[in-house]
Design a protein around this ligand. Structure first.
Ligand SMILES: C[S@@+](CC[C@H](N)C(=O)[O-])C[C@H]1O[C@@H](n2cnc3c(N)ncnc32)[C@H](O)[C@@H]1O
Length: 209
């Protein structure tokens, strides 16, 4: 049997591998798609209790599942955790203005709730709106991760739309990469991630004589 520890990371595993060394206790972070709370728990462990985790999901069942998972690990709403039962397209309006521009990481793990209603999926229009908001909400050196699932109906179009949009982002403002299996089925999930670059130091004029 293949040792799972020697297999290359899946898309979800990649998102954690990429973020883990960048997260610090005290960071402000967002899980844009709570689902069953695995990503929220990963973020909570990295940044709480000094930081803040905002969590979004359209479905009450996902918010409850995430609340339970976090609660089981000792994380609660009075300690820097805000669970928001709303679409991530409301991100700018729902996250208090004092946090705008200070967010270190925003994670998107698209698709449907595992074990839940497979008809409730992330949709290209609202995902694109949320991603545009997310690029404004993150701090300099802030990171967005997106795990895309081309295997379900609409997922291929959604992943392609995100990739096409990311390719248009200014390379002086953002760095963007994609991680995908090259020899698996085209429906295999993949990761895109983006870093907001630091503003350049002000141009220094040559000293006048
Ligand atoms: C693949 S699951 C997320 C998995 C999750 N991050 C975890 O660690 O278990 C995708 C989730 O996105 C949610 N979703 C769908 N549309 C959404 C939207 N517009 N805003 C926020 N969440 C949405 C679904 O309800 C579902 O729970």
């Amino acid at each position: 049997m293949t040792d799972p520890m020697s297999a290359l990371p899946t898309a979800v595993q990649w998102s954690h591998v990429l973020l883990a060394p960048r997260l610090r206790a005290g960071d402000i972070v967002v899980d844009a798609t709570a689902g069953n709370g695995h990503d929220s728990l990963f973020l909570a462990k990295a940044v709480l209790p000094r930081g803040h985790v905002f969590v979004f999901d359209l479905q009450a069942a996902a918010i409850e599942s995430t609340r339970q998972r976090l609660d089981d690990s000792g994380f609660s709403s009075d300690q820097g955790l805000t669970l928001i039962h709303a679409g991530h397209e409301e991100m700018s309006a729902r996250i208090p203005a004092e946090f705008h521009g200070r967010i270190k990481v925003i994670m998107f793990n698209l698709g449907f709730l595992p074990g839940g209603d497979k008809n409730v999926i992330t949709r290209t229009g609202t995902t694109m709106s949320a991603l545009a908001q997310a690029t404004a909400l993150i701090a300099e050196d802030g990171i967005l991760t997106v795990v895309a699932y081309p295997g379900h109906e609409g997922g291929d179009e959604e992943g392609s739309a995100i990739e096409a949009w990311m390719q248009t982002l200014s390379s002086t403002e953002f760095e963007v990469q994609k991680l995908a299996f090259l020899n698996f089925r085209a429906t295999t999930p993949f990761v895109m991630w983006l870093r907001k670059r630091s503003a350049r130091p002000p141009h220094t004029r040559p000293a006048s004589d």
